[in-house]
Design a protein around this ligand. Sequence first.
Ligand code: ADP
Length: 423
Amino acid sequence: MTRAAIWWGELRRVVWILLAVSLVGWLLGNTIPALMLGALLLVAMWLYQLWRVSSWLQDPIGEPPAASGLWGEVFNGVSRLRRWDREERDRLQSAVSYLRESFAALKEAAVMVDPEGRIEWSNASAERLLGLQYPRDHGQLVLDLLRIPNFHSYTLSGEFDEPLQLTSPLDDGVKLIMEITPFGIGSQLILARDNTREQRLESMRRDFVANVSHELRTPLTVITGYLHTMLDNRLAENEKIQSPLEQMRQQAERMETLLHDLLWLSRLEFSEGQENFELVDMRDILLDVQQHFQEAYPERTIELSIDCECHLEGNHDQLYSAVSNLVVNALKYSEDDIELNWKQADGKCLLSVVDQGPGIKPVHLPRLTERFYRVDKSRSQETGGTGLGLAIVKHILAGHGAYLQIESKVGVGSRFCCVFPTL
Ligand code: ADP
């Protein structure tokens, strides 16, 4: 039956009841009181139906009361809504159970933390890797249970772009990598996975590079020594031999520079924490670098502007190396004057090296600090680069809690800016 037909039926019923009582009232000579009695009868019927529906709503599973006409339609509508609501709740419940089951089966430790930092749920791997047990630790503050200093500072920093490396609180030999994902209103999902194998491989790779570079150094020094002696004393008078000897010397020197950079990078990788850190006045470093390169490149101007009084907590040699790498690049890849600025802005200390060279296409910028990444291989070889300069800079800055910002426009120039936190 359509809705209009139901309404018409109900209206007809009301009119028939009122007409019937009016007729009886008219026959008895009391039309108005009879009409009022009819209206009261209707209200009583409706109240009775409302009482039935309200009692039925108290019962979570009962069937709707039987009724015809408009009231039957209302009962059926409410019943449909209740069924839909129940089905929706069941679906949500099974989705939550499904998610929990899949999180429970993860090899990674998964911990859900509420906006106050209390544990809401954790899986079985969280017990194995972090020592957190659910439901025992439900409602406990995660910072109270995981007493690991760098986890505390990482959590409190609120910056979770980079994952955190840490040692398992249960076993010093187990290395973990942890990621925190905020969700909902202030809740967090903490995921930690066993990274021991990867870290062991990484450490083997570092050892290998450091050892090979070290072992190659001595034979190379002997070879370059002999080549220098032969060329200096013109032992090979013959032009045909002289030129290859010269090329050998150049290539041997390139290899020496490469080994030097590789060893320096290895040393930076091995130096953990803030080794040999002291209060460094960047002005001294900048003046030294400017003087050194001005002597090496007398035909170029290195403009130095210093608008910052602040000192840095750092390693003097490493900072010197970072600045000189950036200055060498600016001199190598451009032909005009270059600028060296030291200033303070937005609570940070900024050291920038600006050149008016060829610039770098945006596609290369994210990869520039990778080892051996070069925009133009042939040009870099011409300029004698090792491809490790910016990787060294990045490493040094990371050790100082700083980072490198690169801005470049093709045909205009580049700006390499080291952003240091203020003390
Ligand atoms: P390289 O020893 O080859 O200079 P780097 O790590 O120092 O190695 O630099 C990586 C690459 O970034 C370089 O090969 C070069 O293509 C590009 N590059 C670095 N600095 C500049 C600059 N100032 N202008 C243009 N390109 C640059």
